[in-house]
Design a protein around this ligand. Structure first.
Ligand code: G6P
Length: 362
């Protein structure tokens, strides 16, 4: 087991650093100029689809929310459901509904049950998974593989990045087939997607997250906030942090801060604000509101496109890229913050207490 970790102390850190390679595998051969080339799904594959439902759990649920955001902004009717809720109380479907199960392992019982319920009621099902031959891949009508390579650490890292990159590809095909037009900005976005591996690499090779994580030890709570595509990443940053540090952490849509959580913000609750460098005025005022209450604020955003550094106490930059993809990069900084905080607390990072890599019971 130690040999497979190579020079890394934990699989989680190894897998964080593997993300550029994983993303290259995810994207290999799948971008063709200003269109996607999905072997499984040539143009027209989704002509009959009129709405999309995602079902997923945990980290995959956050990737699915990112997918919903991508589809909705380009006019596709898309909704994300927590798989256990969907299984118990399924949303209406018909034969024009595509139900996408986002599941790294392809074996999560709640997600399989939700997919089965959709299939029994006549929907078309698609497994977006890392594991060829998994139950989800075998039982769904279609499968799209994220090609991230095996992930050992219980806390999902590289599979989240590869899931979201795959969802960017799938969104391009779905939007073209369903609306008849490409996504807005498709050429620039696909260009940026092709550069994602090198952008992630620049973070994994040079990040101040280890230093900054020392601000997040032993506090009362940790709040992660973001808007748009940074909202699912705020949820994911909080999940990663609580899974491996055992510290209390919550993610919020930044606009919700004033509707409750602000009552909890004190000098003992670090606030981590995720900016995309796009339409940031309101996020900036959320940062100021938090600072006014004495909270240490760590901002993560592209330095050139964002002025959050002016109002936050600490700033972690990510490379400038297409605003739709920035949050994928910010998430890598969040993974590193969680990892280094947990490491400083000597937690069982690869096997956190009470958690399993794949939950095969409902
Ligand atoms: C477990 C893992 C999580 C994972 C979730 C969904 O709870 O601990 O890291 O996100 O299952 O797993 P899946 O394989 O369906 O993506």
């Amino acid at each position: 087991e130690d040999a497979e970790k190579g020079s890394y102390d934990h699989y989680m850190l190894k897998e964080i650093h593997e993300q550029p390679v994983a993303l290259r595998q995810t994207l290999h051969g799948r971008i063709d100029g200003d269109d996607v080339a999905l072997e499984e799904f040539p143009p027209g594959s989704f002509d009959d689809v009129d709405r999309v439902q995602f079902v997923a759990c945990g980290t995959s649920y956050h990737a699915a929310l990112y997918g919903e955001w991508l589809l909705s902004k380009d006019g596709v009717d898309a909704t994300t459901y927590i798989a256990s809720e969907y299984a118990a109380s399924p949303a209406p479907v018909d034969e024009d509904t595509l139900v996408v199960g986002v599941t790294q392992s392809g074996e999560t019982a709640d997600t399989l049950e939700a997919l089965e319920s959709a299939r029994e009621r006549g929907a078309r099902t698609l497994a977006l998974t890392n594991v060829i031959g998994s139950t989800a891949a075998r039982t769904c009508d279609d499968a799209l593989f994220i090609r991230a390579g095996p992930e050992i650490g219980v806390a999902a890292t590289k599979t989240f990045s590869s899931q979201v990159a795959t969802l960017v590809l799938l969104a391009e095909r779905l939007v073209r087939d369903i609306t008849g037009s490409p996504t807005s900005d498709h050429a620039d976005r696909l260009d940026a997607l092709a550069s994602l591996p090198e952008h992630v690499e620049s973070i994994t090779t040079d990040s101040r997250a280890a230093d900054i994580s020392q601000r997040c030890l032993g506090d009362n709570g940790h709040f992660f906030i973001g808007r748009g595509n940074a909202f699912p990443v705020a949820l994911e940053g909080a999940l990663k942090f609580k899974e491996i540090t055992y510290g209390h952490a919550e993610g919020f849509a930044a606009g919700e801060l004033k509707h409750g959580p602000l009552a909890l913000v004190t000098p003992e609750t670090p606030v981590i604000a995720i900016g995309t460098g796009h339409d940031e005025a309101r996020l900036k005022s959320n940062v100021t509101e938090s600072r006014t209450r004495g909270a240490p604020v760590i901002a993560i955003a592209p330095r050139t496109a964002s002025d959050l550094a002016d109002v936050a106490e600490e700033f972690l930059p990510v490379p400038a890229t297409h605003p739709d993809l920035v949050a994928i990069l910010a998430n890598v900084q969040l993974q590193l913050i969680a990892y280094h905080a947990a490491n400083a607390m000597e937690r069982s990072i690869d096997k956190p207490r009470n958690l399993a890599k794949s939950v095969t019971v409902e």
